[in-house]
Design a protein around this ligand. Structure first.
Ligand code: KIV
Length: 271
């Protein structure tokens, strides 16, 4: 059975760190799920790390739903959260409930995530009223960011982010992502909120951590923020495998008998 929002909330109380990772397709989601990630996020980072686009704003409902369905098919144990694309709630807040329900009903997701924007209290309230589980996202919010930089370094900016996080909790979110803010600010938010905080570039005091899978696995090198720790360099390993395959194909070493099918000789003679 998949993790529930109640279980994720209990993890904060029990002081158990929450592990969240992104997935965009079936095989990846299966690996993360079998490796016991607590939450699998279909991030709109899909735009950058899987579709070759230069902004998360450039993916819409069709792309997000398509990938959410693939991920959902694979996940048996983790909580599945889908990022609401920018156009699904920021440009048309009135359509946010209808769009969020598509992630739950059509793609079998358990919850949606939305980033902070000026009308997000209203949108969160509507979603929660419609019984949709919502995860908030404050700090650096990629859908509306103009420049990639740490947020909340000044007291004025930090206070704004703390207030936004509280707003998400008050409107009924079950968790909140804190992106690219000083550890001290994340510590205050984590202490003040009842709901879990999940950090990305927000230091060690959060209740959980998330990374974009392509980043921590070394599959995406177009952008390398300081907060990404690369645990393996899969690009290099894939490159080596491609070189081995190419060499064996070009020299006739592959396919060998072990990887080929044969036919009964008598049958062959009849052809
Ligand atoms: O889109 C995404 O992958 C995200 C994570 C960075 C939290 O929002």
């Amino acid at each position: 059975m998949r993790n529930t929002v109640t279980k994720i909330l209990r993890m904060k109380k029990a002081n158990k760190k929450i592990v969240m990772l992104t997935a965009y397709d079936y095989p990846f989601a299966r690996i993360l799920d079998e490796a016991q990630a607590d939450i699998v996020l279909i991030g709109d980072s899909l735009a950058n790390v899987a579709l070759g686009l230069d902004a998360t704003k450039k993916v819409g409902m069709p792309e997000m739903l398509h990938h959410a369905k693939a991920v959902s098919r694979a996940v048996k144990n983790a909580l599945v959260v889908a990022d609401m694309p920018y156009s699904a709630y920021q440009t048309k807040p009135n359509e946010s409930v209808k769009n969020a329900k598509r992630f739950i009903r059509e793609a079998n997701c358990d919850a949606v995530k939305i980033e902070w924007f000026k009308d997000c209290a209203k949108v969160t309230g509507k979603l929660v009223k419609a019984k949709i589980k919502v995860m908030g996202h404050v700090g650096l919010t990629p859908q509306t960011v103009k420049k990639f930089k740490v947020r909340g370094s000044s007291a004025i900016e930090a206070k704004k982010i703390i207030a936004q996080a509280k707003m998400f909790e008050d409107e009924g979110c079950f968790a909140i992502v804190l992106e690219c803010i000083p550890g001290e600010v994340a510590k205050i938010i984590t202490k003040e909120l009842r709901i879990p905080t999940i950090g990305i570039g927000a230091g060690k005091y959060c209740d959980g951590q998330v990374l974009v899978s392509q980043d921590f696995l070394g599959l995406f090198d177009r952008f390398h923020p300081r907060f990404v720790k690369q645990y393996v360099n899969l690009s290099a390993q894939i490159n080596q495998a491609v070189n081995s395959f190419s060499r064996e194909v070009r020299t006739g070493k592959f396919p060998d008998a072990k990887h080929s099918y044969t036919m009964d000789e008598r049958e062959l003679k009849k052809i």
